[in-house]
Design a protein around this ligand. Sequence first.
Ligand code: 8YV
Length: 318
Amino acid sequence: MTKIDILQMGSYPEWDETVLDRLYRMHRYDQAADKAAFLAEIGPRIRGVATRGDLGISGEVVAALPRLEIVSVYGVGYDAVDLNACRLRGVAVTNTPDVLTGDVADLAVAMWLAATRQMVEAEAWARSGSWAANGARPLTRRAHGKRAGILGLGRIGRAIGNRLAGFDMQISYSSRVQKPTPGWAYVPDPMALADASDVLFVALAATPQTRHVVSAPVLAALGPEGLLVNISRAANVDEAALIDALVTGKLGGAALDVFDNEPILDPRFRDLPGLLMQPHIGSATVETRKAMGQLMRDNLAAHFSGQPLLTPVLARQT
Ligand code: 8YV
């Protein structure tokens, strides 16, 4: 049987690429030297796209694929996918929710604890000999029993809340609508939520409407003792305002897994005080990435076999 032509936007772990190459005729967009010429040559044959949450697909590339039927995203975030272009063409879009929720929530809590107890600085203090030379580290602040705000109570936000309950936290959340929770306070306004929090977790899906929702005033409301944890998308935070708030002390600290223009970061981050940085590793475990790859492939297989999509963002309109 003739293999279906799939455009692959970027690399996957070998265990995924081996299977994709066996099932489909894969075409690597990221490896094409002349992408316009590449799309002109193979674009007319492409029926599906395999992409990632960080890569998505632009409207320009969608337009170069006249036979495109489905875009399958390896990741939960589909903000880098031009949904309007797909919708106008009747192209299905799928993502990989649920399988990565636990890992991302684990990392959010780990970043909160590491930042609050300054564990990275303390590790360097022990490893460098400073402990013997200069004695004990300065005291930090208690993590448990404080006020936690969760901006966005989707799958990941709720998983963060469930984990925080084990730390005796007073939990509040902001979401488009009030949701059933085990007694968490609904505080729809992000500014009010920040003002009521010692630590604010940003767990929003990134959309044009959420861009910079964590603004300079929200950061000021979180305050000089407050900690911002972002495991969502950098676009949800005004990064220039964040850097200014950390430099001026208007914000106590930040723990970030996502950055504008990642992996090329603003050079000012290098020497910022009160900052814990992680290189977008929220879902980066063997177990979760294998599950993401399987689900990404299962969505492609379901589409091409005429079965219901497992995790649709946009259904195909024929
Ligand atoms: C990306 C993520 O998929 O799930 C998401 O949306 O942010 C990540 O898991 C990552 O770019 C995978 O390569």
